[in-house]
Design a binder for this molecule. Structure first.
Ligand SMILES: [Zn+2]
Length: 365
């Protein structure tokens, strides 16, 4: 479905919250949320960039009796292109742009520095020159008013709590409305697709650990309706966090199972994982680099919990299974307990502190 057909916003999913939908030419869909109030609106995420998405935004605003001029503020859950898109244009109209200051924006990191950091990281993880990115993942967008973790925000006259949920990106934000349990989760926890977490030069090597911690944090909220950026609105927050943890446990097991005494790069591990699943590696440089970053994040987590050894040489990071002598304790603890079929309800805590479960689900990128 081309973007211009998304002309009608869904009726309010909850009082004061309208879901806006954007679909690109590859049929990839992203949602943004319009918070409506008597004195104007706040947009949380802003769809794709470009003319077609601009027309889709205006048409959907019209369908709920609003215009672009009603939007005073844009809050971004994170700075990926499918969230920042229309904010680039609205920023020129004087709309206030807000996001978490830890996001690797081109304000925090100038373009060349951000690009060099990503290329250096990917190169160290064994990525060939042809697969290195030629631009940062984030577009250039100013930050007018940072949102810190734990801030209580007045957005369109509604009270929201900002929660930093590192993982998908280091400064990713979720927004919680305590009055009725609405929870906007961006890309942190989607309805059915697994969240992408990848190594990033702007984050530490504990990004998977921080992602799993961020899921635990959401579990403490009394959320009733979860509003993700991709896929359907859902209600069973804790069922979904459990399934997501189980999926990452299965991913960690799958990577651990590939390691032996030969040091390998994250890029080589990512390639081997694809081969093991009978999938092609001819998926383009961009996706190969994404999968290398994902493998690096998983390998770093295995190293962190003592299930793998990370070998750091100048400009080259390699991983191998821990040798028998130093893994006596942890190998027994971390032995894979993957059941033949994936079922989140069977997820359980292993001795290494990682919940175990079935085969990894499709990954959101
Ligand atoms: Zn994203």
């Amino acid at each position: 479905m081309p973007q211009e057909q998304t002309a009608t916003a869904e009726p309010a999913v909850l009082p004061g919250i309208v879901r806006l939908r954007f679909v690109d030419e590859r049929n990839f869909a992203v949602s943004a949320y319009l918070l409506t109030g008597d004195d104007g609106c706040v947009l949380v995420d802003s769809g794709f960039a470009g003319e077609a998405a601009a027309a889709a935004l205006e048409a959907q605003l019209r369908s709920v009796g609003r215009t672009l001029g009603d939007i005073s503020t844009i809050v971004l859950t994170h700075l990926h292109h499918d969230h920042v898109g229309q904010a680039l244009r609205l920023a020129e109209r004087g709309v206030t742009i807000r996001y978490h200051p830890a996001e690797p924006s081109l304000i925090a990191y100038p373009f060349e520095e951000r690009l060099a950091g990503l290329r250096e990281l990917l190169r160290a993880h064994g990525t060939p020159e042809d697969d290195l990115p030629d631009r940062p993942y984030e577009p250039e967008l100013r930050l007018d008013d940072p949102i810190e973790d734990g801030s209580v925000l007045d957005l369109a006259g509604q009270r929201w709590l900002a929660i930093q949920t590192p993982g998908h990106t280091i400064g990713h934000l979720c927004l919680f409305r305590p009055d009725d349990g609405a929870l906007i989760v961006g890309d942190h926890l989607l309805a059915s697709i697994s969240t992408y977490v990848g190594a990033d030069s702007a984050a530490g090597p504990d990004i998977v650990h921080r992602f799993l911690d961020s899921l635990d944090r959401l579990d403490t909220l009394s959320a009733t309706t979860v509003l993700p950026a991709h896929g359907r609105v859902y209600h069973d927050l804790r069922g979904r966090t459990a399934a997501q943890r189980a999926d990452y446990a299965a991913r960690l097991d799958a990577v651990a199972a590939l390691l032996d005494s030969t040091p390998r790069s994250a890029y080589a591990v990512a390639h081997a994982l694809r081969e093991r699943r009978g999938k092609s590696w001819e998926i383009g440089a961009f996706r190969r680099a994404l999968l290398a970053r994902h493998a690096a994040a998983l390998l770093d987590e295995l190293a962190r919990v003592g299930r793998a050894e990370r070998i750091d040489a100048p400009g080259a990071i390699r991983y191998r299974a821990r040798s028998r002598s130093d893994a006596t304790g942890s190998a027994a603890m971390s032995r894979s307990t993957v059941p033949p079929s994936g079922n989140a309800s069977t997820a359980r805590m292993s001795a290494s502190g990682v919940r175990q479960a079935g085969s990894p689900a499709k990954l959101q990128q």
